[in-house]
Design a protein around this ligand. Structure first.
Ligand SMILES: [Zn+2]
Length: 349
């Protein structure tokens, strides 16, 4: 159990932007206040190399970011910034995801790259949505090149659709991408509908759950429980990644989903129980208290020795609380029905 983190990430910084260093600072402070280092190792990442990046991104994009930063940085688009040091910070963020995945390959139960900038909106040729390079894709291509593993599952629970990750693997049947996010009719990036289900040989390997605004813990836990277990059983991924965004929290101002710490505690323990190991990459989450508290619960749920020190709920207690008398909305039941229909040619649920 390892956190991969460096204070060097703080050099990608714009205090007027919501994606700033106070995010990871607040998580690390919260974890340290609860003596995380007694239970979990904290290791520094290495820099990703140009070779690592170019397995995913075009040379034009890599050089654009490099030169943009060299010239002093600024805004790349209306909501994505870079500083003079952001290129090297982004290389380290990509290196953090590689290191976390290699640690799990080496036998760690889980490893969590607490990196900034995030990655899931970055595409092959473009920065987007606060993201410069796609951290999860860079880690997956590194594993493909250096280890004999082929099948990857990505669970993305950031409130926004990870359009970059989805696009990179859209025609790839070896990477199953499942994203639960707020209905894209109501939120950035305006994509991530159920009908976007992959293309060519990748058809059936891009599974979207566009949740209506005001969805809560019951909705999220119910629909994921219906799907993830059967998917893992059938797809049999050799490595599971979580693109862990915490901006679906009810206190987060960027979204209108109403989940809270109990969901994040549930998903951590649930994924560990289902697959036995997990590589986690930090994505969004902008309410600093919610982000720190949700990360504490999420990480503790995967660290039984640490969790025992506190009277926190177990996965089965959380399921009982939210599923026993759940009053699920018809629109959430309809999403499951449509997904089961659309994906029945590809998976037996
Ligand atoms: Zn997000």
């Amino acid at each position: 159990m390892v956190l991969v983190y460096s204070p060097y990430y703080d050099n990608h910084q714009n205090s007027l932007h919501i994606e700033n260093k106070s995010r990871t600072d607040s998580i690390i402070k919260k974890l340290d206040d609860e003596n995380v280092r007694d239970y979990i190792s904290v290791l520094e990442p290495n820099y990703a190399t140009l070779d690592d990046l170019s397995k995913v991104h075009s040379l034009e994009h890599i050089n654009f970011i490099k030169n943009f930063c060299k010239r002093g940085g600024g805004y790349i688009d209306y909501d994505t910034y870079a500083t003079p040091l952001s290129y090297s910070v982004a290389l380290m963020a990509a290196g953090g995801s590689i290191k976390a995945s290699q640690l799990v390959m080496g036998g760690e139960k889980w490893a969590y790259s607490l990196a900034r900038p995030p990655g899931h909106h970055a595409n092959k040729k473009t920065a987007m949505g606060f993201c410069l390079f796609n951290n999860v894709a860079i880690a997956i291509e590194n594993l493909r090149a250096n280890y004999n593993i082929k099948k990857f599952l990505i669970i993305d629970f950031d409130v926004h659709y990870g359009n970059g990750t989805a696009d990179i693997f859209y025609e790839d049947p070896e990477v199953l991408y499942l994203s639960i996010h707020q209905d894209p009719k109501t939120i950035f990036p305006g994509k991530g509908f159920i009908s976007e289900q992959g293309h060519g040989s990748g058809e059936g390997y891009n599974l979207n759950l566009p949740m209506p605004p005001l969805s809560n813990n019951s909705d999220y836990i119910w629909i994921l429980k219906e799907l993830i277990g059967p998917l893992i059983k059938e797809f049999r991924p050799e490595m599971v990644f979580a693109e862990a965004g915490f901006d679906a929290h009810k206190k987060d101002l960027l979204s209108r989903i109403l989940i809270d710490e109990d969901f994040y505690a549930w998903i951590g323990e649930y994924l560990m129980e289902l697959h036995g190991s997990l590589v986690i990459l930090l994505e969004g989450g902008y309410d600093l208290d919610a982000l720190a508290n949700s990360n504490l619960r999420f990480i503790k749920s995967m660290t039984p020795e640490w969790n025992l020190q506190y009277p926190y709920k177990t996965r089965s207690e959380i399921e009982h609380e939210y599923l026993a008398h759940a009053n699920l909305s018809n629109s959430v039941k309809e999403i499951l029905r449509e997904v089961l229909d659309n994906f029945s040619p590809f998976f037996k649920f």
